[in-house]
Design a protein around this ligand. Structure first.
Ligand code: GAP
Length: 460
């Protein structure tokens, strides 16, 4: 059975073998900290994004969606503080030249540090713990002094000078800046009233120094962020409400709640009013899944100062004018996917065999149903295709005629398909099929004409 230490290895291997996640540019030896989602990973990620969008936009009258560009004026990143302050403390091992984040090295020996500390503060900690801090690659304790390393990724978009460093344009380091700079557009076009939110799903890019742990920390990733604009007096109450909502969302997603907890930021950034992360117990330990932060009026105030535009809210009824405060919820698609996969991964003993089954919540499973004709003969494949065609308008369905039925069940278990429909020779006589449940492995006979209704009751 899987223990914590080898679960990660098993997940990485299953991800590749079954088409969830591939290393980027693998035929060229890979590309560090960038991953591609395969056919099933794409389905899983899309289902994760759809669940989030439904929860955050479709089920909430006061939240609207947005899809801002990855590229924005570089002035956005100056105003937000990213150009001057979006950095991690970097050190290099003098023995093997591996670069590491100093806060992560200190974390390994249970010394608290974070990326918000100054170079002096973090170097003092590094000195105090000399000899104890080890290089993750070679084990040496000989490091260069810590230096802040800016995480923004630069591009030469629109720059035809030949000098890529001249007037760089940045790939966005977080999606929420696209929300802040569109605050006024949304206010004017949608006539939303405070409190209201703007939600967005999109790519972000960071020059992460250490990018290990598979899709947990990557240099290109997707964020699902929602910024909730509130009256300053209501900020803390709204913050508490959003904390509750976000944690109960994971319960709805079917995540094991014993593996989720709140972690309060020890070191708040100067503008923040409150900051907690939701942590999940990944196979490599408790790590941040999502941030829920009360950001005060910092973001709109900064963009107001730098752009010269008024980014206030006028409450006509109360005759009040103010800069709204923001409550943010922010989570990565990849981190959610890794949590969902780790949570679903199950090994069960069946006779002399170990059955690997991904017990995904049904709404997240890449395929909901697999149709499996018992033999490749036309007399079974024909009716099986008709069943497949009757189900696909409603659900994502796999059609599999390769290998023995036992091997096909095992494959569907490994990719987390909740139901298998087997068409056998009895089907030709009784017009019924065998439906197998992924989790219980129980089988029942269902009439073909009742299948859609049956799955509606199980899957919707
Ligand atoms: N707008 C706030 C913000 O971006 P963050 O804590 O830097 O805050 C929010 O990121 C979330 O985005 C994280 O909780 C995590 O889920 C995801 N995330 C951040 N950096 C990531 C990376 N390098 N790879 C994958 N996901 C990442």
């Amino acid at each position: 059975m899987a223990d914590k230490n080898d679960t990660m290895e098993k997940l990485v291997s299953l991800s590749k073998r079954r088409g969830f996640v591939f290393q980027s540019s693998e035929i060229y030896g890979g590309f560090a900290a960038v991953y591609d989602y395969g056919p099933l990973g794409t389905e899983l990620a899309n289902n994760i994004k759809t669940a989030w969008w439904k929860e955050m936009v479709h089920e909430r009258e006061e939240i609207v969606g947005l899809d801002a560009s990855i590229f924005m004026s570089p002035k956005v990143w100056e105003a937000s503080g990213h150009v001057s302050g979006f950095s991690d403390p970097l050190t290099e091992c003098r023995n093997c030249h591996t670069r590491s984040r100093v806060d992560h090295l200190l974390e390994e020996i249970d010394v608290f540090a974070d990326e918000k500390m100054s170079d002096d503060e973090i170097n003092a900690l590094l000195d105090e713990n000399k000899g104890k801090v080890k290089c993750p690659k070679c084990g040496s304790s000989d490091f260069t002094p810590s230096k802040s390393f800016n995480l923004l990724v630069k591009s030469n978009l629109g720059n035809f000078t030949g000098d890529a460093n001249e007037d760089p344009v940045y790939l966005r380091g977080e999606t929420c800046q696209g929300i802040y700079v569109n605050y006024k557009n949304v206010l004017d076009s949608m006539h939303v009233k405070i409190p209201f939110g703007i939600a967005q799903i999109g790519k972000a890019f960071r020059n992460e120094v250490t990018a290990r742990q598979f899709i947990f920390r990557t240099r290109e990733f997707e964020q699902m962020e929602m910024q909730y604009f509130v009256h300053p007096d209501d900020a803390i109450d709204q913050y508490k409400v959003w904390k509750e909502r976000r944690m109960s969302y994971y319960k709805k997603l079917g995540i094991n709640m014993d593996k989720l907890r709140w972690h309060e930021h020890e070191n708040l950034v100067f503008y923040a009013k409150a900051a907690f992360d939701i942590e999940y117990e990944y196979p490599f330990g408790w790590k941040e899944l999502e941030g829920v932060h009360a950001r005060g009026d910092y973001d709109l105030t900064q963009h107001c100062k730098h752009s010269g535009q008024k980014l206030e809210y006028i409450d006509q009824v109360k005759g009040e004018k103010y800069t709204p405060h923001i409550v943010e919820t922010s989570v990565g698609v990849g981190r959610t996917m890794l949590m969902v996969m780790a949570d679903a991964y199950t090994e069960e003993r069946v006779g002399d065999d170990i059955r690997v089954v991904m017990k995904f919540a049904k709404q997240l499973a890449p395929f909901k149903i697999a149709v499996l004709p018992l033999s490749k003969k036309d007399e079974l494949v024909g009716p099986a295709r008709e069943i497949f065609n009757s189900l696909t308008p409603k659900w994502h369905v796999d059609f599999d005629i390769t290998q023995s039925i036992g091997k096909r069940y095992r494959r569907q278990d490994e990719i987390g398909t909740p139901y298998c429909v087997t068409v056998d020779f009895d089907t030709l006589e009784d017009g019924a099929v065998t439906v197998r449940d992924r989790d219980t492995m129980e089988q029942e006979r269902i009439k073909i004409e009742e299948l859609v209704k049956y799955f509606e009751s199980k899957l919707n």
